[in-house]
Design a protein around this ligand. Structure first.
Ligand SMILES: [Zn+2]
Length: 257
């Protein structure tokens, strides 16, 4: 009797797990949500490029949720290695402490290690990497032995607009709400709508800092973008529209054959 019920429950277990597997594989069944199959099979590697302030991290977050793939940020990766005290992290730390950029010879093995983790099997997002032509070239080499579709997406935003987006930002020191003097001004100039506190400009948002960041982007990252464009691999998305519209354009690109 005991064996019998054991068998029964085993049979039921098998039946249930088969159902679970089938549920997990619904992407293969006809009649499910349109595009679901494409989504899961085509996410692949998404290289998200764009100037500072174009909304890369927002889009990266949305992609992570939509496709269940991780977003890799080199800054976070470095901090993680430093925190864990790995040999690469220790070397990287000495550069960062000296206020220098971590060289590609260190960054590449760190990236390669991250990309080989199991959660990257179906794909991943690179948010703000590569930042230079040399990095774009070494990324090509890193991705060569992965059989994942790769999309290089540029969030295009006119420089003048970026400048206003970044330098126009003001935040409330009390409730942390943020405004933009050009695009989302508070009801009364200089004060928070919610609590009347005086709004401040973060030091990162000061004009000269922004100008420097945009210059660096122009000098270092634009050549990487041109490199992808010259290979016919650059996919441009209009970044100058509401985040959900930008997201929809990106999804359309990822779904295209
Ligand atoms: Zn406030």
């Amino acid at each position: 009797m005991k064996t019998e019920s054991g068998k029964l429950s085993r049979r039921r277990f098998l039946k249930e797990s088969t159902a679970a597997v089938a549920a997990a594989l619904t992407i293969r069944r006809p009649g499910l949500a349109r595009g679901a199959e494409k989504e899961l099979s085509r996410a692949g590697v998404v290289v998200l490029l764009g100037p500072p302030g174009a909304g890369k991290s927002e889009q990266s977050r949305r992609l992570t949720e939509r496709y269940s793939i991780p977003a890799i940020s080199t800054g976070d990766l470095l901090r993680d290695h430093v925190r864990r005290g790995t040999p690469l992290g220790l070397q990287a730390d000495s550069y960062m402490r000296a206020g220098k950029l971590v060289p590609d010879s260190l960054m590449n093995p760190i990236l390669e290690d991250r990309m080989s983790q199991p959660d990257c099997e179906r794909g991943f997002i690179l948010d703000g990497y590569p930042r230079t032509l040399a990095q774009a070239e070494s990324l090509g080499a890193l991705l060569k032995n992965k059989s994942l579709p790769t999309h290089v997406i540029l969030l295009d935003v006119p420089t003048e607009r970026l400048f206003k987006l970044l330098t126009g930002r003001r935040v409330c020191p009390r409730c942390n709400r943020s405004y933009n003097i050009y695009f989302q001004p508070p009801k009364k100039e200089g004060v928070c709508d919610v609590d009347n506190a005086s709004l401040v400009q973060r030091s990162d948002d000061k004009e000269e800092v922004i100008r420097r960041r945009l210059d660096t982007y122009q000098k270092e990252t634009v050549p990487a973008i041109e490199y992808y464009a010259s290979q016919g691999r650059l996919e441009r998305v209009n970044g100058d529209q509401p985040p959900e519209k930008v997201a929809a354009e990106i999804e359309a690109k990822l779904a295209a054959p």
